[in-house]
Design a protein around this ligand. Structure first.
Ligand code: HAM
Length: 435
């Protein structure tokens, strides 16, 4: 019997592609997921979090109620479907709502007042796919129910920062803000709305829409920078109790040696937060705009979903973004290994003459040194050559430096520059290369 399909139309032989924004995780990469998940599990165990697994499909009402009807996630990014009983379900866009539901439904707080849960799993958002933004992505997160003290936020933030250190991303950038509670936020939003209405003709279409639906989101808008310089900030309107709470969070972070930056315009794209919110970005030098992790306190969510009044704090990190940043750090480490020695760039005749000696002084100190040392080479072309040679440091001498008897030392990895007096140059360079 022949099973040839040669006569069937070509369309049947077309390759079927994966769904846009969702990708296969092939073996090499899958290994990185497992490594991150294992490292996270070790940290969670240390901090007493227990694993919970909740369904990927939930009712749409859950997310509308928990995240907020006017948020981007609920308005534009849900993958929804109707089941045979005509119920609208959706693929979970995040973990907190489902876990709060499970906490209430399973009476998890009935035997113990503190319930600390962690989760690892896929989330789905119909965002426009781009670098660091996918339609299916994995989150690793924690939710701690039952602790209203400021130390709960500080400890959770410390745990996340420490976890990034374990992943090989030391010193991530931590932004924090206080967005107040239901008592102080109402009057603030009124003030904000009045202000935005007064300048609404100059606002972008997106911000005009936010002004109507969710004015808080205008605060972290990337648009209308100039119009928004005088925007009222929530920190000036929070009540005494929220102010005191946040002050204690910051104090505990300092005691725990966690470096932070208060960003008064940080608000989150989910409506359930109260008081402290935070976002964690790659270290400053990496230039990425995308948060690796985010979270905060949400004291009203369990109550608003029909459960008891239980305070809570949580966070989630994006595994794909974390892997990208780990690989980024590994690449720069590779760069550090590969880069060696010094290039001396002299600008103009007098500098060239001076640098003949500088080059030999460095070589006498057993430092591998290169240079071009001709009169008419631009700085740009010399730096390009230095980069091609993969040197670690560049010494730059021009007229200004000659006048100061100094040189500029440029780090070719971080691009940072410092002026160093020529008599100290050799020892300075030895220190840097040694470090
Ligand atoms: P979120 O900021 O929406 O917060 O997401 C947390 C993290 O998930 C982000 O910082 C990012 O790393 C990752 N992420 C979000 N969307 C995408 C995407 N489209 N592609 C790739 N990665 C993405 C929440 O989800 C809250 N539930 C966090 C939380 C837990 N708050 C309290 N408890």
């Amino acid at each position: 019997m022949s099973i040839s399909n040669r006569n069937e139309p070509d369309v049947k032989r077309e390759r079927i592609q994966s769904v846009r924004g969702m990708s296969d995780i092939l073996p090499g990469r899958a290994k990185q997921y497992v490594q991150i998940e294992s490292a996270a599990r070790r940290v969670f165990d240390l901090y007493g979090f227990q694993e919970i697994r909740t369904p990927i499909l939930e009712s749409i009402t859950l997310f509308k109620r928990a995240i907020g009807e006017t948020t981007d996630i609920v308005e534009k990014e849900m993958f929804t479907l109707t089941d045979r009983g005509d119920r609208t379900l959706c693929l979970r866009p995040e973990g907190t709502a489902g876990i709060a539901r499970a906490y209430i439904e399973n009476n998890l707080g009935s035997n113990q007042s503190l319930v600390k849960l962690f989760y690892i799993g896929p989330m789905f958002r119909a965002e426009r796919p781009q670098k660091g933004r996918f339609r299916e992505f994995e989150q690793i997160g924690c939710e701690a129910f039952g602790n209203s003290s400021p130390e709960a936020e500080a400890q959770m933030i410390r745990m996340v920062v420490q976890m990034f250190g374990d992943f090989g991303i030391p010193f991530p950038l931590l932004k924090v803000n206080n967005i107040g509670c239901e008592i102080c936020r109402g009057p603030y939003i009124e003030k904000l709305r009045n202000y935005l209405e007064s300048i609404s003709n100059n606002l972008s279409e997106t911000n005009q829409r936010r002004l109507v639906n969710n004015p808080l989101r205008v605060l972290d808008s990337k648009e209308d920078g100039e119009q928004l310089t005088d925007i009222p900030l929530i920190s000036d309107y929070v009540c005494d109790s929220c102010k005191e709470h946040f002050g204690k969070v910051l104090n505990s972070l300092s005691i725990l040696s966690v470096q932070y930056r208060v960003d008064p315009r940080l608000v989150r794209g989910l409506d359930y937060y109260t008081k402290s919110v935070f976002e964690i970005y790659p270290p400053d030098r990496s230039g990425s705009q995308d948060a690796l992790a985010a979270g905060g306190r949400y004291d009203n969510l369990v109550r608003d979903m029909g459960g008891p009044s239980v305070p809570a704090v949580g966070f989630a990190l994006g595994v794909e973004r974390t892997i990208a940043e780990i690989n980024n750090c590994l690449d720069s480490l590779k760069n550090i290994d590969e880069r060696a020695g010094v290039f001396v760039a002299a600008l103009g005749g007098p500098a060239v003459q001076k640098c003949v000696k500088v080059v030999e002084d460095l070589r006498d100190a057993s430092i591998k040194t290169e240079s071009i040392l001709v009169n008419n080479q631009s700085l740009k072309s010399q730096l390009r050559f230095a980069d091609f040679l993969k040197v670690r440091l560049c010494v730059i001498v021009g007229d200004n430096e000659l006048a100061n008897n100094a040189a500029i030392v440029r780090d070719m990895i971080s691009s940072s520059q410092t002026e160093v007096l020529l008599p100290n140059l050799v020892s300075d360079i030895k220190n840097r290369l040694g470090a």
